[in-house]
Design a protein around this ligand. Structure first.
Ligand code: ARG
Length: 257
């Protein structure tokens, strides 16, 4: 009696394991299988990426979702912050970064990037009554930037790497806050995010200036150097959403004038 019971249980367990074994890998044709890619971002960069009631949302997240749908893979987004994102991609603790990251020659030496998905440029945020009309007019002034961004790069290029007036912040909203509190006289950052913040602050007087030296920048998704497997998938998805109008649709959703 006891023995039979044991046998039955063992038999049932084996069948169960067999079935479980069969379902692993499944019969789905996608090569990525059940892998969930981890995508890092600095979710303090509206309207591209922001925390909204514990959820990360924004233009970049919609673009990532559209790419994943088109290329057939799953992902989750992690709010890593800006500096740790570069570290994470380099070490492989995150599979990719989507964070309004400008594709630069310097970054290309250390990371691989997808084709561009967005065009941007730097802008200068100053008070409405400020005499500043160009980047060189900021000489001697206190300028806020997010550290290790292209905004910091253009300021350092203009006034030197050791320029004392430059104030580096861990994130862009802190720089903008300090501008409106009068702790810095200007902020240099990407057009999309500065326009967003400036538009949100009611009753404050400001202007946005584009210097002639500000070159067009292109955002790309960043992966670990040599990760051609994921890079290929991302580029495939990106190509599809460029061709079928989905990328344009997302663009219009966030940047309709
Ligand atoms: N485009 C600029 C850069 O690549 C700034 C991007 C900052 N992004 C962010 N999510 N904080 O340097």
């Amino acid at each position: 009696m006891k023995k039979n019971w044991w046998k039955t249980l063992t038999f049932a367990l084996s069948i169960g394991l067999l079935l479980a074994g069969c379902s692993v890998g499944g019969d789905k044709p996608t090569s990525s299988g059940d892998k969930v890619y981890v995508i890092g971002t600095d979710a303090a960069y509206p309207p591209f990426e922001k925390m909204e009631a514990d959820k990360i949302t924004g233009f970049d997240i919609d673009v990532m979702q559209a790419i994943a749908d088109a290329a057939g893979f799953k992902f989750e987004v992690r709010n890593t912050g800006w500096d740790p994102l570069f570290d994470g991609v380099e070490k492989g603790t995150v599979d990719a970064g989507i964070s309004s990251i400008t594709i630069t020659d310097e970054r290309k030496q250390k990371y691989d990037f997808t084709e561009p998905y967005f065009e941007a440029n730097q802008l200068i945020l100053v008070g409405a009554d400020s005499p500043v009309g160009a980047l060189t007019d900021l000489q001697g002034k206190k300028i806020g930037v997010q550290s290790a961004t292209t905004g910091e790069t253009v300021v350092k290029k203009a006034f030197g790497d050791t320029y004392e007036g430059i104030k580096g912040y861990e994130d862009t909203p802190s720089a903008v806050d300090d501008f409106f509190n009068g702790r810095v006289e200007a902020v240099v950052a990407d057009n999309g995010v500065l326009s967003y913040f400036a538009g949100k602050i009611e009753g404050k007087q400001y202007k946005l200036i584009k210097d002639n030296s500000f070159a067009p920048e292109h955002y790309g998704i960043m992966v670990q150097k040599g990760n051609t497997e994921f890079l290929t998938k991302l580029n495939q998805g990106l190509k599809i959403i460029k061709e079928n109008g989905k990328l344009q649709e997302i663009h219009d959703k966030y940047f309709k004038q």
